[in-house]
Design a protein around this ligand. Structure first.
Ligand code: ZN
Length: 422
């Protein structure tokens, strides 16, 4: 019954997104036992999107079947992506699946797809290298593997694997700088991982595509609108997690119209696809917070990986807006010592959670918030649902009517600091 219910929600969500020209699909589910966070790009190439969808559905359904039983304690599924679009002709997507539950080391798997839109077909590694230079290219790879994994390698197996690269090999991605290949470790290396990664600089290999026109976008300096904070009036903070998405724009329209601000806890793996929304968030005086790179369950990661999740997002946001986030909201609201010491960001959760991610009406979301509204409180919302947009539209006028100023978390911090001195 429950499974059916979740799948129905999922399919409604997916259908909804296609209509709205979604750029990244995000599914975040938090059930009593399991946690799921899935992100994948929409390329608008039918065949490619179909392949991606099939892969994701297969992993999702298997995970539901296998892991959400009482045998596994708090299983987690995370699917993340990289997407590179070469002059709108060649598209390359990699999907990285990560499954984790407390008793075993995490399982990681990678699936890559490269598609040539002009030729209307999938591309393999051998399509990207000049024919007469294939052998020297393989030589480069052999050298790279031997230098990096000298002591642990099975040499016979290495030749087999190199040979396979000429046969419809697709587990690779590239951008203007690098070619990354994911090779199976099976019988080749002693490793607890399923695959290992070989990275080559594009300029060092006989790559068939013209050396790219790398456009360095100039860093735009964004000057936010100034708002006046009145220390005498009650205040409250709206925060939005898991974006940006196609709904972010609509929420920004409402905030702009109402002349109020909020804080957006963004995911680093999505901001590139929504650069304009991110810039607009800042321009309108909103604050951007860090909600990890790809919504892995932070409190279960080793400290080094937590740091990586935080720092990658910090740099992405800085690249687009020129500003580093000051606040971190850990995924699934769970905090531990490793998270506390992984960065010097201020960690912040929330006071009011109307559970807008669970299916319910906008009116219901608003009612739950108003019931608990009080000066100084932080409200948790998610800018990836239509019902949240509708709720925000109803909520803001109501909060204003009750005399609240809607502040960002930094402004709220300042006002609280002032209060201490009074
Ligand atoms: Zn979240």
């Amino acid at each position: 019954m429950k499974k059916g219910f979740i799948l129905t929600i999922l399919s409604i969500f997916l259908v909804g997104c296609t209509k709205n020209q979604e750029k990244v699909k995000t599914i975040i589910e938090q059930n009593e036992n399991s946690k799921i966070s899935i992100h994948y790009p929409i390329t608008n190439i039918k065949k490619m999107d179909k392949n991606i969808q099939e892969y994701v559905d297969h992993i999702y359904n298997d995970f539901k079947k296998e892991y959400t039983s009482e045998f596994y304690y708090e299983p987690e599924l995370n699917i993340d992506y990289t997407y590179y679009n070469y002059e709108n002709k060649i598209h390359t997507v990699s999907l990285k699946t990560y499954m984790n539950h407390e008793e075993q080391p995490p399982i990681e798997e990678i699936k890559c797809i490269t598609y040539d839109q002009t030729k209307k077909r999938e591309l393999f590694l051998s399509d990207l290298i000049e024919k007469e230079k294939w052998n020297p290219f393989i030589e480069i790879i052999r050298k790279e593997i031997l230098t990096n994994y000298q002591t642990t390698i099975n040499l016979n197996r290495l030749e087999e694997i190199l040979k396979k690269l000429s046969e419809k090999f697709q587990n690779f991605t590239f951008n203007e700088d690098k070619l990354i290949m994911y090779l199976n470790t099976e019988n080749l290396l002693k490793s607890d991982k399923e695959f290992f990664q070989i990275t080559l600089e594009i300029k060092e290999i006989p790559f068939i595509l013209e050396q790219s026109i790398k456009i360095d976008e100039e860093q735009e300096v964004i000057k936010p609108v100034d708002f006046i904070v009145d220390p005498e009036k009650p205040y409250i903070a709206l925060t939005f997690d898991d974006g940006p998405t196609i709904y972010t724009e609509k929420i920004l329209d409402i905030l702009q119209k109402e002349s109020v601000q909020a804080t957006f806890f963004v995911l680093g793996n999505k901001v590139d696809m929504f650069k304009d929304d991110l810039k607009r968030e800042v321009k309108l005086g909103n604050e951007i917070g860090n909600h990890s790179y790809n919504h892995k369950w932070l409190s279960r990661l080793p400290k080094e990986e937590i740091k990586e999740q935080i720092e990658k997002t910090q740099e992405k946001v800085k690249d687009i807006t020129g500003i580093y986030p000051r606040f971190l909201r850990p995924t699934y609201g769970s905090i531990n010592e490793r998270i506390r010491t992984a960065s010097n960001l201020n960690i912040v959760l929330w006071d009011i959670d109307p559970k807008d991610w669970k299916s319910q009406s906008p009116e219901n979301i608003v009612e739950r918030i108003l019931k608990k509204a009080e000066s100084g409180k932080i409200i948790l919302l998610h800018d990836n649902h239509k019902r949240t947009v509708e709720a925000v539209q109803l909520l803001i006028p109501e909060l204003k009517k009750q005399g609240y100023q809607l502040l960002t978390l930094s402004e709220m911090e300042e006002i609280k600091e002032l209060e201490k001195w009074r």
